[in-house]
Design a protein around this ligand. Sequence first.
Ligand code: R5P
Length: 296
Amino acid sequence: MQQNNTVIISDDQNSSLAKKISMDLDVEYKKTELRVFADGESKIRLDNVSNKNCIIIHSTHPPTDQHLMQLFMIVYKCKQDGASDICVVSPYLAYTRQDKVFVDGEIISINLIGEILESLGTTKLITIDTHNPNTLNYSFPTIDLTAIPFLAKYIKKNIKLNDPIVVSPDQGGIERAKKFAEIIQANMLSLIKTRDRFTGNISISFSDQQSLEKRDALIVDDMISTGTSIIKATEVLKENNIGDMYVISSHALLLDDAKEKLRNAGIKEIISTNSIPNEFAKIDLSNVISNYFLKQ
Ligand code: R5P
């Protein structure tokens, strides 16, 4: 990495993470000026970045489409200025769950995001624990970094557990939960989640033989959005006389009253990263991201 030619760019929301990364890498930091008008349109100002290697730090959490549009505007400005490289770091990338045609006629929106980023001049995309990294099949390189080892080490160091069991709320999250279980040296189990593709309703079942009696559960998921998946998982675990329950999630969106609902469902603690601003962030992703660039 050419330090004197590299610049880290972010808006105010992502500035705490972006500033730490710029200090770790010892490169310049530029904050965009952002104004959101009453009708929801954004206006962005960024100093000239001609001939610079631009690293844009920008999560796309709710308001999702607004944050995405702001990302597109920043990439567009970098390209217009004649940046030599445009790397987008989106710790939380939206639309990753729209990765298949589940019902005839649907759009694979995550492919659309890739096409827009490519057309704007993006040369690389970096995400953290994205829903399914295999679906980011873009024409430019995509790299999915992980916070799972850091989350697991945090639990190991800070929380006293009784015969813990790591739980994946669905089969898509098995690899993530497995990695987590290996680090804390615990068993894992995967619940089975099914979703009605028309109503969106989910149901979760459990067919494992191992006893959960009084064991503490660490439910590991990529993201908590409405909290419904985790709440459904707690119902199954409680039927099996589980002990304390914790949620470990890279991306804590926690929409509406998800936090209260999780608490009422018996979740003792939520442990997350700072991919998006949230009160449960125990893991700072700046190390994960900076280490990647320092190794280049
Ligand atoms: C889906 O498969 C994801 O891994 C998450 O489990 C899900 O998106 C979380 O959303 P919610 O909190 O709304 O259930």
